[in-house]
Design a binder for this molecule. Sequence first.
Ligand SMILES: Nc1ncnc2c1ncn2[C@@H]1O[C@H](COP(=O)(O)OP(=O)(O)OP(=O)(O)O)[C@@H](O)[C@H]1O
Ligand SMILES: [Mg+2]
Length: 261
Amino acid sequence: MPAEATQPATVPEQLERQLRETQAALEQARAELQQRERLALAGQIVMGIGHELREPLSVISNLVYCLRLACGEREAAPGTAVTLQRYLDCIEEQVLEADRVITGLLEYARTYEVRRQAVDLNGVVEGRAGTLRLPNNIRLAKQLTPGLPAALADPLHVERVLHNLTVNAIESMRADGGELRLATFSTGEAVVLEVADTGPGIPPELADKVFDPMFSTRPAGMGLGLALCRQLVEANQGSIGFRSTPGCGAAFRVSFSLAAG
Ligand SMILES: Nc1ncnc2c1ncn2[C@@H]1O[C@H](COP(=O)(O)OP(=O)(O)OP(=O)(O)O)[C@@H](O)[C@H]1O
Ligand SMILES: [Mg+2]
């Protein structure tokens, strides 16, 4: 058989090849950027661990020092047994605090397996509302759209996100009370879950920071709740954002695509 003559590539073929090569280069650049972002995040987390754990550990070492002193004075001071008990309680508290920090960080750093399926957001909200323990000064208002189309997301991730957002909303109103509003609706292209509060809101200068890992303005906060929410929502190809008028509360919106069918 005669060998087939190789035809020179036509202009459209050359353009197509160039386009494919550019797309591959772009894809690689995107993957490298993501990897670099992950490393930067890991660095921030490690610094956070150091900062967050140093405090409970230094309290523990002070308490051990106090215990040593108290033990040396055991014979002389009759009230020492009570003091010792108090020191031991404090040590236990600080160990729990250090453990809480580690648990939060591990949860954030874990690679999540994403199992997207059709999720009824109304059902997830009802489930959360059923387990909420609200302080007396906070009311719950639900606005769930009947017949809401199903969202395409991992139900465990949706629960986790709703949990973190409601905890934040409650924390923001703990001192002065207010209303926690849970709403669902569909835009036609996406299904949306909204968690709103009537707390102090988020000042505009913090708007870019609140999703950063280890950013917190709360004395006992680790600053991982919203970072985790964003990580989970994005792993489910959804989006998360908020609106806030300082003094009038904040409303976080989480959108997922519609499940087919
Ligand atoms: N509903 C809200 N109202 C006002 N400020 C908020 C609200 N939600 C989040 N914030 C602000 O964003 C910061 C980061 O929130 P995030 O949930 O990530 O961390 P945290 O609540 O401080 O700690 P934790 O790791 O325990 O969740 C909070 O410290 C607070 O300043
Ligand atoms: Mg939080």
